[in-house]
Design a protein around this ligand. Structure first.
Ligand SMILES: Nc1ncnc2c1ncn2[C@@H]1O[C@H](COP(=O)(O)OP(=O)(O)O)[C@@H](O)[C@H]1O
Ligand SMILES: [Mg+2]
Length: 275
C-alpha cells in the first residue's frame, strides 16, 4: 500500500527521566510524521511494547508532560498556528492520557462526565449537548448515558475515559495498556475506538502500550520495543528503544493479520527476551 509522510507530529530527542538518582529511561530518540494515503484519512497508531518495569509508563508520563524529563525534549506539532511543521514543547493537557488505572468521576453519569470534559471549550451548551449525543451514538454508549461508573462494564468505562480525553485535548492520545483485563468483546470495542479516532482526522495519533504483541503488530503502523540495552555484553538498568519496526516500510501496515505479521511477532518477542 503506498503512502507518504508529511509534517512531523512527534519529535523526541535524547529523552531521559530519573526518579531521584535512579535513571529509568535514557537516550530515547524517535520521530513520527503524519502518514498520508490518498483517498484515506489516516491517523497514526504507534505501539510500545517491552517487559514490565522497562519504563513504558514513565515514557508516557514524559510524553504527556506529566513528568519533566531530566534531559532531552518532547515536541509536538502546533496545529493551531496554521504554519506547517510548527512545533512546541509538550505541556500537560496537550495530549490526552488514559492511564492504566484510569478513573472516572464516581458521582457523575457518563453524560455528566462528558459535559464536564467540555467545560473549557468555547461552544454553547446546546452545541456541547449535540456533540455529546453524537459521540454517545458513535461509541455505542447511548443506553448507559445516565449510568454511574460502578454500573458500567470495563469496556464502557474505557470508552467513556477515551471520549473524555478526546474532548479535553487535541489530536494526540496516549493509552497505557488499554487492552489489559478486557474480554474479547471489550478488546473489539477498543479496536473500534482506535479506528474511529484514526479515521476522523489526519493528525490524530494514538500511542499505546500493550503486553499483547499480536495487538501491537495487528494495529500499529510503528512499533517500538523498550528494553534494557546491552552494553559490553551486560544489560544496563535503564530502558531505551532497543528495536523499531516500521510496519509501513515493510508493507504490513493496514493489512489483515497474516503469516508475515506472525514473523514480526517472533522478532519482537526475541528482542524483548534479550532486553
Ligand atoms: N514514581 C516513581 N518513583 C520511583 N520509581 C518509579 C516511579 N514510577 C516508576 N518507577 C520505577 O521505574 C521503572 C519503570 O517503571 P514503569 O515506567 O512503570 O515501567 P513499565 O510501564 O514498562 O512497566 C521501575 O523500576 C519502577 O519501579
Ligand atoms: Mg507500565
Amino acid at each position: 500500500m503506498t503512502y507518504s509522510t508529511e509534517n512531523t507530529l512527534l519529535y523526541v530527542e535524547d529523552l531521559s527521566v530519573s526518579y531521584g538518582d535512579k535513571t529509568v529511561i535514557k537516550d530515547i530518540n524517535f520521530v513520527e510524521k503524519d502518514v498520508i494515503r490518498t483517498g484515506n484519512v489516516t491517523g497514526q497508531v504507534i505501539a510500545f511494547v517491552g517487559r514490565s518495569g522497562r519504563g513504558k509508563s514513565t515514557l508516557f508520563r514524559a510524553l504527556t508532560g506529566l513528568v519533566k524529563p531530566s534531559s532531552g525534549k518532547v515536541l509536538i506539532a502546533d496545529t493551531t498556528t496554521g504554519i506547517d511543521n510548527d512545533a512546541k514543547v509538550v505541556n500537560e493537557g496537550d495530549i490526552g492520557f488514559v492511564d492504566q488505572k484510569y478513573t472516572l468521576f464516581r458521582n457523575k453519569t457518563v453524560s455528566q462526565a462528558l459535559m464536564f470534559a467540555l467545560r473549557n471549550k468555547e461552544i454553547t451548551k446546546e452545541e456541547k449537548e449535540v456533540k455529546i449525543k453524537e459521540y454517545l451514538h458513535q461509541w455505542g454508549l447511548e443506553k448507559v448515558k445516565d449510568q454511574y461508573p460502578n454500573e458500567l462494564s470495563g469496556g464502557q468505562r474505557q470508552r467513556t475515559a477515551i471520549i473524555e480525553q478526546i474532548f479535553c485535548s487535541g489530536h494526540y492520545m496516549v493509552l497505557d495498556e488499554p487492552f489489559s483485563g478486557l474480554d474479547v468483546g471489550n478488546i473489539q470495542d477498543v479496536k473500534d475506538a482506535f479506528n474511529l479516532m484514526t479515521a476522523s482526522h489526519e493528525f490524530n495519533t494514538i500511542i499505546y502500550s500493550t503486553h499483547d504483541i499480536e495487538l501491537a503488530v495487528e494495529l500499529a503502523d510503528s512499533i517500538y520495543v523498550i528494553g534494557y540495552p546491552s552494553i559490553e555484553g551486560k544489560l544496563a538498568d535503564y530502558g531505551t528503544i532497543v528495536k523499531h519496526i516500521d510496519m509501513k516500510e515493510i508493507g504490513l501496515a493496514w493489512k489483515d493479520f497474516g503469516l508475515d505479521h506472525m514473523e514480526v511477532v517472533k522478532q519482537i518477542k526475541a528482542a524483548m527476551l534479550s532486553s
